[in-house]
Design a protein around this ligand. Structure first.
Ligand code: ADE
Ligand code: ZN
Length: 326
């Protein structure tokens, strides 16, 4: 068992981090019937990744107001802080927060930020937002999401990305949205190399110009690409527990994060959608320690890589850096 080290997390979907009891409570308050998404023990249940996306959207459907998102933010940050996370970046989707209407999105964002400020004061965890379009909702909606992103880019909304079904269309189909976000000063990341192979990672890096990849683990199937990622300093937001839970790899020891790290790729560790995958940042570190015999020195490297790759401003990075030194 490793000591409780301060942790940096770069890849966390806010709705995907919603504790099932929280979602059930909201559904009850609003008299909405989403019982089918839970198993007998009250956990989220799904058959595969595509079913997971449906269950995710059903759970999200009970979040109907800025106040709901404020409560969600506090519930999520409480869990993260309990794992020792001191800095987190979360994916936020105007598709779910106000239906891509810029005025409504601003209200949701205001509520989320107020909750995050409260968590920073009371729990010592700092949060920043990455606006995320959803690939299977299509390029037209992604453009509206990008406009919301450009309108609220700043010291809190620091990045833009894409999540959802990687098998739908190609990164190039979302080029307008990524260009719009880049021109607004946002840093870029894209989910790739999870359900798509190495070419999907290449396309995200070359066509969209992202500096980080969400997952990216399937790059291991093409060692020339692995070398290229290492040389170019592309950072992978690796979520091993998510990959194992969704059946991409049969167990932790088979996960390619060890090989990617050994080959010099900048890897970081995150939970993705922790309650869906029965994980926490503490569990990720413990399982990696067991699977690869990684010690505190390796985890300190991973944390440092994550902080260097964080999209926050220099003052925030320096402040969080001091927490890692203690
Ligand atoms: N949205 C939430 N979790 C995701 C994942 N693992 N892959 C793609 N989109 C997601
Ligand atoms: Zn993700």
């Amino acid at each position: 068992m490793l000591s409780v080290t301060p942790k940096i997390e770069l890849h966390l979907h806010l709705e995907g981090a919603a504790p099932p009891a929280f979602i059930r409570g909201l559904a009850k308050e609003k008299r909405l019937d989403i019982a089918g998404i839970f198993d007998a023990r009250g956990h989220y249940q799904y058959k595969d990744f595509w079913d997971f996306l449906k269950v995710y959207e059903a759970a999200t459907s009970v979040l109907k107001s800025p106040e709901d998102y404020a409560r969600l933010t506090l519930a999520v940050l409480e869990e993260s802080a309990a794992s020792g996370v001191v800095y987190s970046e979360t994916f936020l989707s105007p598709d779910f927060c106000g239906g891509r209407d810029i005025g409504a999105w601003r209200e949701y964002l205001h509520a989320i930020r107020e909750a995050a400020d409260q968590a920073e004061r009371t729990m010592g965890i700092t949060l920043r937002g990455i606006i995320t379009c959803i690939r299977h909702f299509g390029p037209e909606k992604a453009r509206e999401v990008a406009r919301c992103a450009a309108d609220t880019a700043g010291d809190w909304i620091v990045g833009f990305g894409i999540a959802g079904d990687e098998k739908v269309l190609t990164p190039k189909d979302y080029l307008w949205s990524f260009d719009c976000a880049r021109e607004a000063g946002l840093r870029l990341t894209a989910h790739a190399g999870e359900w798509g192979g190495p070419q999907s990672v290449r396309d995200a890096v070359n066509d969209l110009g992202v500096e980080r990849i969400g997952h990216g683990v399937r790059a291991i199937e093409d060692l020339a690409l692995v070398d290229e990622l290492a040389e170019r300093g592309i950072v992978l937001e690796v979520c091993p527990g998510s990959n194992v839970a969704l059946g991409l790899y049969p167990d932790w020891r088979s996960h390619p994060i060890g090989q990617l790290y050994d080959r010099g790729v900048k890897v970081t560790v995150s939970t993705d959608d922790p309650p869906f995958f029965h994980t926490t940042m503490t569990r990720e570190f413990d399982e990696l320690n067991r699977a690869f015999d990684w010690d505190d020195g390796v985890f300190a490297n991973l944390n440092r890589t994550a902080l260097d790759a964080a999209f926050c401003d220099a003052d925030t990075r320096a402040r969080i850096g001091k927490l890692l030194e203690t």
